[in-house]
Design a protein around this ligand. Structure first.
Ligand code: ADP
Length: 151
């Protein structure tokens, strides 16, 4: 059976750190679905969701085993729809770990078919976070070093 992993996140924006996790994920899974969680009530995005879908598609042009989805439901439910048995996430530091640990427990409770798999960040991408990139962009700084596409 095809091993499908969901890589869920806000991706506001999608960074080289995210790209690295997806490409390394292909070493483990047959297909990786980059799933952009969208909750209009929670917080307003900085980068438009449709624009980010286009950038992610552009990043992985030529890969037919990487897909992009937008969702507004529990990740555990989305995984069932795609028949995905794995949730792929990245870990940069202990703060990520604390957060990921609790989400993984809840996701496992919601869908016990789902295994969370964590990849440790590659050192060269460890400092990249979407929130820092939003700050740099907001004040007109150069973000090219951090993104796998040209804004
Ligand atoms: P969320 O809003 O769910 O935290 P993000 O879009 O910030 O989602 O990130 C999605 C996933 O990518 C998370 O597992 C996060 O830890 C991971 N991630 C973010 N930046 C990096 C990076 N530079 N290296 C490795 N993993 C990363």
């Amino acid at each position: 059976m095809k091993k499908i992993a969901i890589f869920p996140g806000s991706f506001d924006p999608f960074t080289k750190g995210h790209e690295d996790i997806v490409l390394r994920g292909l070493g483990l899974f047959d297909e990786v679905i980059v799933a952009i969680g969208y909750n209009s009530q929670k917080h307003k995005r900085y980068f438009d969701i449709d624009v980010m879908v286009a950038y992610i598609n552009q990043t992985f042009v030529g890969y037919d085993n990487i897909k992009v989805a937008v969702y507004n439901e529990l990740t555990a439910e989305l995984a069932k729809k795609y028949d995905a048995k794995f949730l792929l996430r990245g870990l940069r530091n202990t703060t990520d770990f604390e957060y990921e640990n609790s989400i993984a427990q809840v996701n496992n409770y919601l869908n016990d078919d789902l295994e969370s798999v964590f990849l440790i960040t590659s050192p060269r991408f460890a400092a990249i976070s979407s929130s820092i990139i939003r700050e740099v962009h907001r004040y007109g700084g150069d973000t090219r070093e951090f993104l796998p596409y040209e804004l």
